[in-house]
Unconditional design. Structure first.
Length: 337
């Protein structure tokens, strides 16, 4: 479903990133939406038309759309967008990544790409940040159940990364011992120490990590991006937020840290209560859930989680209905298209 751009007044009142300029936000927002729509339309053409397009072109177009998903998530958060529409769109964003992986694998397994050795996402290079953003936002928007779909995309022709392995731990079984190193050393290797630390020491360690985060990121593509106009999407340690949620770290001593996206942490913690209320079944791997008042993330039949459940059809983007559930606000589970 299409996101609505903030006007200049609402942007000024709600933006989370002080360094973000409205013109930069607006340009990037429009560019992202245009790319999403254009690429989606292109790859929806009849098979006989698609077969006439070089696989390399399809790969490059879908890769651009996948990378712009990560940029869009960051840009919208920094601008102060409400997080519920971002959550509703996240399943579609995962599909964008899967589309890219499909065409990327076709190309990289073709004779034309015998010289190509990199994966779908080159985790040892600048692509790492796109992967980290997607995995972190999956956790922080309450879609951890969908992250298993990103795992084979990240695995393709890549070594395993210590931080990403810990973030996907609950959805990726039987992968053996986790690496003790991060493919991108700074700033991320310090997160492994936080993860392995005694729980009582984690808040202080996370506070220190956030204090050092920006300067330690000097080799990352986002460093000093506010000096490069439209490259800037905001400065946030998404991994710090994701780890805080997964390990249930008390963030009271670092909530006001400059690079800590606390609104996302609060959203993620509330999502646990909203989408898996006490008395209802836990969320299963791959399961889509939405609650009353949310925009429907996928058109089809949805079943209410209630003592006496109902099945209703919702269109993409339609507001999910409230049935005055016995568990509070009605939670819906996707059952079929």
């Amino acid at each position: 479903m299409k996101m609505e751009k903030l006007d200049a007044i609402n942007f000024g009142q709600s933006k989370r990133e002080k360094l973000l300029d409205y013109k930069v936000y607006s340009y990037n927002f429009d560019d992202n939406i245009e790319t999403f729509e254009m690429v989606s339309e292109d790859i929806s053409q009849p098979s006989e038309v698609l077969s006439s397009i070089p696989i390399s072109n399809l790969m490059e177009a879908t890769r651009e759309r996948a990378w712009q998903v990560a940029d869009h998530l960051q840009n919208c958060y920094s601008a102060g967008h409400d997080l519920s529409p971002l959550r509703a769109n996240f399943p579609s964003y995962v599909e964008y990544w899967e589309d890219y992986a499909k065409y990327s694998e076709q190309f990289k397994n073709s004779p034309d790409a015998a010289y190509v050795t990199v994966g779908h996402v080159a985790l040892a290079g600048d692509d790492y940040h796109y992967a980290l953003v997607m995995v972190s936002f999956g956790i922080l928007l309450g879609w951890q159940s969908l992250l298993h779909r990103l795992v084979p995309i990240l695995d393709f022709r890549n070594d395993r990364d210590g931080l990403l392995e810990h973030l996907i731990d609950e959805v990726a079984d039987n992968r053996g011992p986790k690496p003790d190193e991060c493919l991108r050393h700074l700033p991320y290797f310090k997160t492994l120490k936080i993860i392995k630390a005694d729980p009582k020491n984690r808040p202080a360690m996370m506070a220190e990590y956030l204090e050092d985060w920006y300067l330690a990121s000097r080799r990352e593509p986002y460093f000093d991006s506010h000096k490069r106009k439209t490259s800037f999407k905001g400065y946030w340690s998404w991994e710090a937020a994701a780890i805080t949620v997964l390990l249930d770290i008390d963030d009271s001593i670092f909530r006001e840290a400059q690079f800590y996206p606390r609104d996302l942490v609060d959203f993620a913690r509330q999502a646990v209560k909203d989408y898996a209320p006490i008395g209802t079944p836990p969320i299963k791997l791959g399961e889509l859930r939405s609650k009353a008042g949310d925009q429907c993330p996928k058109a089809g039949q949805w079943q209410s989680l209630d003592v006496s459940s109902q099945i209703k059809y919702f269109e993409l983007g339609q507001l999910m209905e409230n049935l005055d559930s016995a568990y509070g606000l009605t939670v819906w589970k996707f059952v079929e298209q």
